[in-house]
Design a protein around this ligand. Structure first.
Ligand SMILES: [Zn+2]
Length: 445
C-alpha cells in the first residue's frame, strides 16, 4: 500500500523493515483530563490503519504511550485533591474507555513515562556524553540543536532561520532558543534522582526511548496528530539521530485535527465536545471521521453528526436485514465468493491502498447497502447475497463499524416462522403481535 510520508512530502510505498510485519507507534495523551472528539481522531485513524494492514495479512505491532508525568497532572492533582498517580490512573482508565467506545482495539502496547525512567536517564546521559546535549547551572539538560545540521528536515524548517528567529527569546541558560529540555530540574511532586540532580524528563524524550525499548530499532510508521510535527516529532528525530544514528521511523504519518465548524476546538472558546458526552452512537462518530480524508481538517457540527447518525443507520439496517435473511435460511458460509463480491473487495482494497482513502472505501460500502436492498426484493440469488455479506462484514470490521449480532435461537426461529405464516393467511393482528415480540428479542423486521 501507499501512504503519505510527512518526512519526504510524498505518497510512498510502505515497505516494512521486516517482511510481513508492520510496526507502528503513535503519540498518546498526557493524562490530566478527559479527551475530546478531536483527540479521538488518531485513535480511530491508527486503529483503522492497523485493521486494514491485518486484513492484508500483515502482523501489526502497535504501541502508543501515556505521558503520566507532567506539570499539568501535578496541577490537576492539586485541584482534585488527589496524588499525581491517582490523577494519571483516573484519566488513563477514562481514555481506555473511550478507546473501547469507538470500537478500537485496546490490546496495543501502552508504555508509561514513570515506567521508563532509568532508560530515559541513560539516554540523556549518552547525549550529554557525545556532545549533543549540555547541562546548565540550574540542573536542566538541553539538546543542542546546532549539533545536528539536518534539524528541521521533517517540518521543512532551516536550522539557521530557526536559530536566527529565536534569538530574541533565548533564555540565559540556553545556548539557543530552539534547544529543548531533555531533563528538567524539579523539586515538587514525583521527582527522580539523576546525574544532574533531582528532576523529571522533558516531554520530547520519552517517545524515542519507548520506541527503542519496545522495538529495538527503527519502526515502520510513527504517527500522531499534525500538531505534533513541530516541535515534538522534529525533536524526537533529532535525539534519535544523535543517540541511535537513525530517524526512528521510515514513514511519518499525521492526521489532521477536528474543528468545531470553522473554529479550533478549545476549552477557552467553550466549543469542546468530550467523547464521554457524545449522545449519539459513538460508531456514527467513527463513520464521520472516516468520511473525511485523514489529512483534511474535519469541520464538526451537530448537524454534520446527525447526517452520519442517519448514514450509519442505513448501513446497520442493510446489514441487519441481510443477516436475518441468512440466519433464517441457514445460509452463513464465509467461504462463498462471487465475481461481484471479489470486485467489491478489490475496489475497497484499492481505495485503502492509496493513502488510506476511507471516503472511497465507504463509497463501496454504500454501494453494497444499495445492492442488498435491491437483492432481497423478489427472487433472491442466495449465492450472491451470501458472498456480499462476507465482504460487507469484512469491510465493516476493517473500518471498526462492526457490532455484535447474535444468531436466532430455536424458539425465536419458530416465532419467525409463525410470523411468516400469519402474514400468509393475512392475520395481521397476530402478525403484529409476533413482530413486536421479535423486536423485543432484537430482531427488527
Ligand atoms: Zn511522541
Amino acid at each position: 500500500m501507499r501512504l503519505y510520508n510527512t518526512y519526504t512530502n510524498k505518497i510512498e510505498e510502505l515497505k516494512p523493515i521486516k517482511e510481513g510485519v508492520v510496526t507502528i507507534y503513535y503519540c498518546g495523551p498526557t493524562v490530566y483530563n478527559y479527551i475530546h472528539i478531536g483527540n479521538a481522531r488518531p485513535i480511530i485513524f491508527f486503529d483503522t490503519l492497523k485493521k486494514y494492514l491485518e486484513h492484508k495479512n500483515y502482523k501489526v505491532i502497535m504501541a502508543s504511550n501515556f505521558t503520566d508525568l507532567n506539570e499539568k497532572i501535578l496541577a490537576q492533582a492539586k485541584k482534585e485533591g488527589l496524588t499525581e498517580m491517582e490523577v494519571a490512573n483516573k484519566y488513563i482508565n477514562a481514555y481506555l474507555e473511550d478507546v473501547k467506545r469507538f470500537n478500537a482495539d485496546d490490546s496495543y502496547i501502552k508504555p508509561r513515562v514513570t515506567e521508563t525512567i532509568p532508560e530515559i536517564i541513560e539516554f540523556v546521559d549518552e547525549l550529554v556524553k557525545n556532545g549533543s546535549a549540555y547541562k546548565t547551572e540550574t540542573g536542566d539538560v538541553y539538546f543542542r540543536v546546532s549539533s545536528l545540521p539536518t534539524y528541521g528536515a521533517l517540518s521543512n524548517r532551516k536550522i539557521d532561520e530557526l536559530i536566527q528567529g529565536a534569538r530574541v527569546e533565548v533564555r540565559d541558560e540556553k545556548e539557543s532558543g530552539y534547544d529543548f529540555a531533555l531533563w528538567k530540574s524539579f523539586n515538587e511532586g514525583i521527582v527522580y534522582d539523576s546525574p544532574w540532580g533531582k528532576g523529571r524528563p522533558g516531554w520530547h524524550t520519552e517517545c524515542c526511548v519507548m520506541i527503542n525499548n519496545i522495538f529495538k530499532g527503527m519502526i515502520d510508521i510513527h504517527g500522531g496528530g499534525a500538531d505534533l510535527i513541530f516541535p515534538h516529532h522534529e525533536n524526537e528525530i533529532a535525539q534519535a539521530e544523535c543517540a541511535y544514528h537513525h530517524r526512528i521511523a521510515n514513514h511519518w504519518v499525521h492526521n489532521a485535527r477536528v474543528n468545531f465548524g470553522k473554529e479550533k476546538m478549545s476549552k477557552s472558546l467553550g466549543n469542546v465536545v468530550w467523547c464521554k458526552d457524545l449522545t449519539c452512537d459513538p460508531l456514527a462518530y467513527r463513520l464521520l471521521v472516516l468520511s473525511f480524508p485523514y489529512r483534511n481538517i474535519i469541520p464538526y457540527t451537530d448537524e454534520l453528526q446527525a447526517q452520519f447518525v442517519d448514514q450509519y443507520e442505513r448501513i446497520k439496517s442493510a446489514y441487519n436485514k441481510l443477516f436475518l435473511y441468512l440466519d433464517v435460511n441457514n445460509l452463513f458460509d464465509s467461504k462463498v465468493q462471487t465475481e461481484k463480491s471479489v470486485e467489491l473487495m478489490k475496489r475497497f482494497d484499492e481505495a485503502n491502498d492509496e493513502d488510506m482513502n476511507t471516503p472511497n472505501g465507504l463509497s463501496v460500502i454504500y454501494d453494497i447497502v444499495k445492492l442488498i436492498n435491491q437483492s432481497l426484493r423478489g427472487e433472491v440469488n442466495n449465492e450472491l447475497v451470501v458472498s456480499i455479506f462476507n465482504v460487507f462484514d469484512e469491510m465493516l470490521k476493517v473500518y471498526g463499524l462492526n457490532y455484535k449480532k447474535e444468531r436466532m435461537d430455536e424458539e425465536t426461529r419458530n416465532l419467525y416462522t409463525s410470523w411468516l405464516d400469519a402474514k400468509k393467511v393475512k392475520d395481521f393482528e397476530k402478525a403484529d403481535k409476533i413482530r413486536e415480540e421479535l423486536k423485543n428479542r432484537g430482531f427488527a423486521l
